[in-house]
Design a protein around this ligand. Structure first.
Ligand code: SAJ
Length: 402
């Protein structure tokens, strides 16, 4: 079995590696970026994922995985490219289409074609029509399916193998064929459905989490006004056997949860009211946090006749990772720095050695020096610090839960 993975990013590359290592598949990994191809062939992991580089080195050494800028004739093709936005949060499937066009000339009878990229509902059917318009002789002779991933960045090696997956073919034979392939390395259950449901399922999962986080963030805004500790409140409400509220934070970041809901709102604006509102609340929370910091700085200056030293604790989009993509913490730090009037801002991110924009300070040193401490990301080391009454502490991510 030879498989061609179109896209060697945060999902494509780990899936290609695991398919090669655990699935006994000969993999050709394709990326349009020659540097990604060169690094992959050299056994160097260009993404951030603990434990993955060793696995890459093994599959490159044993010849099970090779990277290239062009696809090759295979038995199965996987489209794992980004689906960004164009204009006003309208999903752009042009990369999916370009990757599909690149493999169309290589397809032969009996092949499997799978889209993994997060995609608007109907994308798999669109690509099916594109394939058959170019290669009408393959109609009913190849297998086409949609199979989204659901791995959590930072825990990809485990989750790629153990998570259940949803597999939706354009017909039952396609679903079965895709199940057979994923069964080579997935130990979780492979749930069969149709392509449209599988597409919507991926969008639903991330929208569901976004809505739940928005609920927690909304509670934090209400509690701030009402003089109630939101952490205590949620803890107590969660003692109810059927209540399970998530944690508020400084916004929602990353490339998935803050993005995927727009794939639904763009297509179903009349129906997707809660989903759209959740996006607004989670975006607003970051602006609200930045305003809180600016107000605290102003108050400090008025009361002390000098500018404060401010420690901004955390840049990553979530705890204990070094991934700063689409991070609300980073957005808040930038907003505060733009408005700081020369106040001394110490930026802390213990998971990153250096940054091209921010000069980083050790977390203990920053905590010691600062008049105002702003907790943005709940990194574990921050939890070793003790509460200080002599500082203004803005705890947006529940380090002290005060
Ligand atoms: N967050 C909160 N409060 C919480 C939980 C999370 O504010 O109680 C924030 C985080 O700080 C972060 C954001 O939400 O800024 C997203 O983090 P996350 O851990 O919820 O999710 P991601 O983006 O790392 O991964 C998600 C996962 N989806 C779900 O949990 C439904 C993952 O399983 C998906 O594979 C991934 O998106 C993806 O690739 O789609």
């Amino acid at each position: 079995m030879k498989a061609c993975f179109m896209g060697l990013g945060y999902i494509g590359l780990p899936t290609a590696i695991i398919a090669a290592k655990e699935g006994g598949v000969n993999v050709i990994g394709v990326d349009i970026n020659p540097s990604v191809v060169a690094q992959t062939n050299a056994g160097h992991l260009h993404i951030i994922e603990p434990g993955m580089e060793e696995m890459l080195q093994e599959v490159v050494r044993t010849g099970k995985l090779r990277a290239s800028t062009t696809p090759e004739v295979s038995d199965a093709y996987f489209i794992v490219v980004p689906t960004p936005f164009k204009g006003d949060h309208q999903p752009d499937i042009s990369y999916v289409e370009a990757a599909t066009r690149a493999v169309i000339p290589l397809l032969k009878e009996g092949d499997l074609y799978v889209i993994e990229s997060t995609s608007p509902v109907g994308t798999t059917e669109k690509m099916k029509d594109l394939i058959f318009s170019e290669r009408p002789e393959l109609k009913d002779k190849i297998f086409i399916a949609y199979c989204p991933e659901r791995v959590l960045p930072g825990n990809v090696i485990y989750e790629l193998v153990h998570n259940d997956r949803v597999i939706g073919g354009i017909d039952e034979a396609s679903t079965k064929k895709a199940q057979e392939f994923y069964g080579r390395f997935v130990k979780g259950t492979l749930h069969p459905t149709n392509a449209r449901t599988a597409e919507m399922c991926k969008l639903t999962e991330n929208s569901s989490r976004d809505v739940q986080i928005a609920f927690a963030n909304e509670l934090s805004l209400i509690c701030d006004k009402a003089g109630i500790n939101v952490w205590d409140l949620i803890n107590l409400a969660n003692k109810h056997p059927r209540v399970n509220i998530l944690q508020p934070g400084c916004g929602v970041g990353g490339h998935c949860i803050a993005v995927d809901p727009y794939f639904i709102t763009a297509e179903f604006p009349e129906q997707a009211k809660i989903i759209a509102q959740a996006r607004e609340i989670n975006n607003y929370k970051a602006l609200w946090c930045a305003e809180k910091v600016k107000n605290a700085m102003l108050r400090f200056e008025l009361e002390n006749n000098r500018k404060p030293v401010v420690a901004m604790m955390g840049l990553a989009f979530k705890p204990d990772i070094d991934d700063l993509r689409e991070s609300p913490a980073k957005q808040i730090v930038s907003a505060v720095m733009q408005n700081c009037n020369n106040a001394d801002i110490l930026v802390v991110e213990p998971n990153v050695k250096s940054h091209n924009v921010f000069k980083l300070t050790d977390y203990k040193e920053a905590y010691e020096k600062a008049d105002i401490v702003v907790f943005l990301t709940a990194h574990t080391p921050f939890k070793t610090l003790s509460w200080r009454d002599d500082k203004v502490i803005l705890d947006f991510c529940g380090i002290f839960k005060k």
